[in-house]
Design a protein around this ligand. Structure first.
Ligand code: FES
Length: 159
C-alpha cells in the first residue's frame, strides 16, 4: 500500500510588523550588551591608566609656597606628588627633606619650640639644616630633597 500524499504545508513568512519587532529587539539586545561591556571596561581602564601627575605641571618642579608661608625658624610639610616633604627655613637658608621618619615611617613636623624637625611617634628629632638625627631612635637622617627659591617662590625638584 502506498502512503497517502499530502500537500506541502506552507511556511508562514513573517509580516512586515514582525520583522520590524525582531529588528528592534536585536537592536535592544545589542545596546544592552554594549552598555554592559562599557560599564565593565571603563573602571578597568581607569585603574590601568594612571592619572597625570601634578608634579609635571611645572616641568618637574612642585610649588611649595612662598618664603612668607614659611618664615625663618619654621617649617611646613607639603606634598610632592604622593610624597610628603618638610620644607624648613632657618638662618642658614631654606632646605627640604623627606617628611617620612627613618625609624618607623611616621610623618615628621617642625617643632618651633625645639627649633628642630620632630617625629611625633617616638621622639626622634632631626637637624632642620641637614636632616641629621639629633636625638631618638631614627637610624638614619632624613633624605634631602632639592629645593629651588626664585624670588619668594619655593619649588621642590623631582629626581
Ligand atoms: S617613627 Fe619617628 S621616631 Fe619612631
Amino acid at each position: 500500500m502506498e502512503p497517502e500524499r499530502t500537500e506541502p504545508v506552507p511556511v508562514p513568512t513573517p509580516s512586515g510588523a514582525q520583522t520590524g519587532r525582531r529588528r528592534f529587539l536585536r537592536y535592544l539586545l545589542g545596546l544592552s550588551v554594549f552598555s554592559t561591556l562599557a560599564m565593565v571596561a571603563t573602571p578597568v581602564l581607569a585603574f590601568l591608566v594612571p592619572p597625570p601627575s601634578s608634579s609635571n605641571q611645572a616641568g618637574g618642579r612642585v610649588p611649595a609656597g612662598t618664603t612668607a608661608d614659611i618664615p625663618v625658624g619654621t617649617g611646613k610639610v607639603v606634598a610632592m606628588g604622593s610624597t610628603p616633604v618638610i620644607v624648613t627655613n632657618t638662618a642658614q637658608g631654606i632646605h627640604a627633606f623627606s617628611a617620612v621618619c627613618t625609624h618607623l615611617g611616621c610623618i615628621v613636623a617642625f617643632d618651633t619650640t625645639l627649633g628642630q624637625i620632630a617625629c611625633p611617634c617616638h621622639g626622634g628629632t632631626f637637624n632642620p639644616d641637614t636632616g641629621a638625627v639629633t636625638a631618638g631612635p631614627p637610624p638614619a637622617p632624613l633624605p634631602p630633597v632639592t629645593v629651588v627659591v626664585e624670588k619668594d617662590q619655593i619649588f621642590l625638584v623631582n629626581g
